[in-house]
Design a protein around this ligand. Structure first.
Ligand code: FAD
Ligand code: PYC
Length: 418
């Protein structure tokens, strides 16, 4: 029987048996009393950390504690843009390390994460935008990261539906182009890492909320959850959107603001856009999913908040700007809209490493741009946890940088939403 006929029959059988005999992709274990490492947060970064702890370091007495469902936070809410064209060497090299892991990730996890290197354009609308673009592309090329500066005519050739008229409200003076960037299927990334971690012995504890962090004698002892206390030698908080809340449980204050960030998808269309287009100046970005929907994102709200929605005027502004840039989009209907909560640091870079409480680690503050880093973040954080010292790529992102004044200003390249 052909593979496609077999899958069609299997699908029908599962539908008729109400999926009762559908083999689950991971176990639903009861929590153990103690783990070597408890990871709080079952988003892509937490799951990738668990996977690489088990795979690369043989540490599998690990639990991922997730208050909702795996990938239900920002991982399943983002617009899936992958790129590494950051300005500063420290950030660019971390994101480039992650970018290099994307093409092999489906094979690594034996799970199709649908990475598509369709390239990323960052538009420039003013002379200052173009100077910034040239500086960033030059810095990237010096660091071995691919990138080009494109003139308007070339941008128009690549994206015929873009309004490149000099009379446009947001005239396009050129763009940066990173061919190796692209998009991936966000929830498949969470599911792939989850299945891989589970197969290596990691316990994935969904619907389990961490309500307290127990510390004594300056070191972490475990987490209080709504299913009881779970002891741990190390606790790693990977709780984008709620990192400040988790830090407060251990008596710490992080230099982080939590803000809503919104996105939406349109009705499915025939193929019309085969690359990713971002415009930092108008706070909007778009790609077309394999299903045909336009995936559009807006800027972050100007206010802190924990509501997973966001202000209407921010969304309205992004859509107005999108229709100016792509006049044909004004006839497209939007299907769904949602928000996530992003943790933003003063320098628009993440915090990765141990806190003043021994054994308590954070990996957070990825702001509006952490999806692209998922495999790299998990890789370097697992290494940091396993060896109780920062991985060289993670070292510049230690919490101490705020006390030392060693900030890594990425507001320009983090772009859109900052
Ligand atoms: P999350 O996926 O948010 O996981 C954290 C988990 O912690 C959640 O599942 C949450 O339920 C859990 N948690 C919180 N508190 C507790 C608790 N007390 N107990 C147990 N569990 C808890 N990045 C890009 O690179 N490209 C993009 O195109 C992009 N677009 C974006 C668009 C939007 C609309 C949004 C919201 C974000 C976007 N991002 C993008 C950012 C990206 O989504 C995040 O940086 C990244 O997904 C963070 O992953 P994570 O695993 O750290 O966090
Ligand atoms: O970091 O590339 C990015 C991004 C795009 C949309 C939101 N964040």
């Amino acid at each position: 029987m052909s593979a496609s006929r077999y899958s069609a029959l299997a699908l029908l059988r599962h539908a008729l048996t109400r999926h009762r005999r559908w083999q689950p992709a991971w176990r639903e274990p009861e929590p153990k009393r103690h783990y070597d490492v408890v990871i709080v947060g079952g988003g892509g970064h937490g799951l990738a950390t668990a996977y690489y702890l088990a795979k690369n370091h043989g540490i599998s007495n690990v639990a991922v504690v997730e208050k909702g469902w795996l990938g239900g936070g920002n991982t399943g809410r983002n617009t899936t843009i992958v790129r590494s064209n950051y300005l500063r060497d420290e950030a660019a090299q971390l994101y480039e390390f992650a970018l290099k892991l994307w093409p092999g990730l489906s094979a690594e996890l034996n799970f199709n994460v649908m990475f598509s290197a369709r390239g990323v354009l960052n538009l420039g609308h003013t002379l200052q935008d173009m100077r910034d673009i040239e500086r960033r592309v030059n810095a990237n090329r010096l660091g071995g990261i691919d990138g080009e500066v494109l003139a308007t005519a070339r941008v128009q050739e690549m994206v015929p539906i873009l309004n490149c008229s000099p009379n446009a409200r947001y005239p396009i003076l050129g763009a940066s182009w990173q061919p190796s960037g692209g998009v991936a299927r966000h929830d498949a990334v969470a599911w792939g890492f989850a299945r891989g971690a589970d197969a290596l012995g990691v316990d994935l504890l969904q619907r389990t909320e961490v309500q307290g962090i127990r510390c004594g004698d300056g070191r972490v002892q475990g987490v209080e959850t709504d299913r009881g206390f779970i002891g741990a030698d190390k606790v790693a908080c990977v709780t984008a959107g709620h990192s400040g809340v988790l830090a407060a449980m251990a008596g710490l204050r992080l230099p982080i603001e939590s803000r809503p960030l919104q996105a939406l998808v349109s009705e499915p269309l025939k193929p019309c856009l085969d690359t990713v287009v971002m415009s930092n100046a108008v706070h909007g970005y778009v790609s077309q999913s394999d299903k045909g929907d336009l995936v559009i994102g807006a800027g972050a709200d100007g206010y802190n908040g924990y509501g997973q929605r966001g202000s209407f005027h921010v969304l309205a502004h992004a859509l107005e700007a999108m229709c100016e840039l792509f006049p044909s989009f004004s006839r497209v209907r939007m299907n769904r809209h949602w928000g996530g909560i992003v943790d933003i640091c003063p320098d628009a870079c993440p915090i990765i490493g141990e806190t003043p409480v021994t054994g308590l680690y954070f990996n957070c503050g990825w702001g509006t741009g952490g999806f692209k880093a998922t495999p790299g973040s998990g890789f370097v954080f697992a290494d940091t946890l396993a060896h109780a010292r920062p991985h060289p790529l993670a070292a510049p992102f230690a919490l101490e940088r705020f006390a030392k004044g060693a900030l890594i200003d990425e507001h320009g390249a983090a772009g859109v939403a900052h």
